[in-house]
Design a binder for this molecule. Sequence first.
Ligand code: NAP
Length: 325
Amino acid sequence: MAQQIQYRTLGGPEVLEFVTVPTPVAPHGGVVVETRAIGVNPIDVKLRSGLRPSPPITAPRVPGSDAAGVIVSVAETGAGADAGADAGAWTVGDEVIVRDAAGAYRTHVPASAAQLVAKPAAVGWNEAAGIGIPVGTAYQALRSLGVDAGQTLLVHGGSGAVGQAAIQFARDRGAAAVATASARNLDRLRELGAIAVEYGEGLLERVQDAAPDGIDRVLDAAGTDEALDVSFALVPDRSHIGTIVVGAKADALGIRAWMGGSPHPLTDEEQAWRREAYGVAADLIAAGRFEVEIAAVYPLAEAAAAQRALASGSLRGKLILDPRA
Ligand SMILES: NC(=O)c1ccc[n+]([C@@H]2O[C@H](COP(=O)([O-])OP(=O)(O)OC[C@H]3O[C@@H](n4cnc5c(N)ncnc54)[C@H](OP(=O)(O)O)[C@@H]3O)[C@@H](O)[C@H]2O)c1
C-alpha cells in the first residue's frame, strides 16, 4: 500500500487528508518512484485555497509537483503499439528527481520517463526535491531576460526559493545581482554573493546606491506594487522586467511574465529551459557551486503544518516533506 496527502474540496490547510491507497502501477512507458523527499511550493497553497483558479475537483487531488526518490517499478513494454513507449534507460533502483508530478505529496509517484532527471549521488534527497519549480523558474526567467556577463540583475524577493536560485544563476553567468529581502534575511543574500537591499519605504534610493551604474534586468519574485514601481523607475525598457507573481496584469504594464497568473502559456523554448535547469542545478550542487537552502523538513502526514509554515512567511528556504518520517 501507499500513503498520500489529498483534498476533495478547496479550503484551508485542514482540507488536507493523509490516506492509505493502493500502490500505483507504472503508467504506460513510465515508472513508479518511491519518494525520499517532496518539495512544498507556494503554488500548492494557492491551488488548495482557490487563490489560483483550477478546474473543478472531480476526484481527490494530490498536491505537489516536486519529488526525489528511487525507481521501484518500470512499466512492461511490448511490441507493436507499445514499441518506443518504454521507460528509456531507467531501471529499478535508479535515484531520480521527478518534475511536474501529477501530485507529489505521496510515498509512490507515477511518472513518465520524460519527467525524470538523474539525481547525482552528491546531491542530497532534500536538495534534490527542492530544485523543482523554484530553480526551474529562476533559470528560465534569467534565460528569457537574457541575463549575461557584466550585467546587473535586480531580484525582488531574493531570499525566497526562486530568488536565491536567481542570484546564484546570475553569479554563475558572470552577472551581478542586487537582491531585496526583509532585514532578517539580508545576510543570506550576501552569503550568496548579492548586494543586499531591504525592501520597504526608500527602496528606490537604496537600489540606486547599491547599483550606481544602473540595473539592466529585473526579476520580480515578490509581486508587490513597490517592487513594480521601483523597477519602472530604474529600467525604462519594460521588456527587461519580468514577473513570476503578477502575470495577470503584466500585459497592461508592458512587462514580461511567466505563469503566475499570466494568460500566456510558456513557449516551447521556455519549457525547455525549465527542464534544462534540473541537470544544470544538480551538477552545480554536486560541484559545490549552488545551494538549495532547506528551511524545515516535516513528515508527509504533517503536510498541513508545512503549508501553514510556508503561508506564514516565517521560514526562509525550502519546506520539504519526508515520506518515511
Ligand atoms: N510563475 C511561476 O512559474 C512561479 C514559479 C515559482 C514561484 N512563483 C511565485 O513566486 C513567488 C516566490 O516564490 P518562492 O518559492 O521563492 O517563495 P518563498 O520562498 O516563500 O519566498 C517569498 C519571498 O517573497 C519575499 N517577500 C515577502 N514579502 C515581501 C514584500 N513585501 N516585498 C518584497 N519581497 C517580499 C520574501 O522575503 P522575506 O522572507 O525576506 O520577507 C521572500 O524572498 C510566489 O508568489 C510563488 O507563488 C511563481
